[in-house]
Design a protein. Sequence first.
Length: 205
Amino acid sequence: MSPVEILDCLVADEVQANLGRAIIGREIMVLEQIGSTNDAVLEMARHSEEGLVLFAEQQTAGRGQRGNRWESPARKGLWFSILLRPKIDINQSARLTAWAAETVSDSIQKEFLLETSIKLPNDIQINGRKVAGVLVEMRAQEKRPHLAIAGIGINVNQSLEDFPENLRDRAISLAMALGRQVDRQKFAIAVLRNLDRTYRESFAS
Ligand code: BT5
C-alpha cells in the first residue's frame, strides 16, 4: 500500500471512538475485501450483538435487489452492513429500507449541502443519478425480535471513469457532485451517528 492509500483507509477503532454509547456501531469491523458485507454479517449474526457494523474496503460480489450487482471498488466508497434486531414484524422490512434511505439522504444533505432525492424504494440520488443504495434483508427468528441486516452502499470518491460504462449516465459519487475528494472516515462517523439516532427513535425499545 502506498502512503496515500494508508491515509485513506477506514480505521475501525477511530470510527468507534467517535460514536460513544451507541447501538449502531457498538462493534465496528473493517475488512479489506469480501464478497458481500450483507452475507458476512448474516454469518456472524448468531454470535454478535445488535449494532455490529461491518465495512469492507472492497466487495467482489456486492449485491442489490433481486440479484443485481452493486459495484464496490476498493477505497472509493462506504460499503457496509449493520446487524439489527428491530421491534418489527417480519413483513415490515420496507420500514427499515425507508429509514436507512432517508437517514443516508439527510446525512448527505447536512454534511455536504448537496440536494438529494429518494427514488423509492431504496435509491438515493443527486441530479437524478444514483449515489447510494440500500439492501435490507430479514431472517425470521423463533423468538422475536427477528434479525435484519441493513446493507448500505454510498459512492464517495469515484471519478466517472471508475464506473463501468453502462452506469456512467446513471451513477454519481459525492466527489463528482462536489468537485473534490471526501474524507470517508469522517463521513462514515457522521452517517453512523445519524443512523443510530434515527434507529433509536423508530425501532429500539
Ligand atoms: C441497491 O440495489 O441499490 C442496493 C445496493 C446495496 C449495496 C450495499 S453495499 C453493502 C451491502 N453489501 C451488499 O452486498 N449490498 C449492500 P438495486 O436497487 O437493485 O440497484 C442495483 C443497480 O444499481 C444495479 O443493477 C446497477 O444498475 C446500479 N448500480 C450498481 N452499482 C452501482 C453503484 N456503485 N452506484 C450506482 N449505481 C449502481
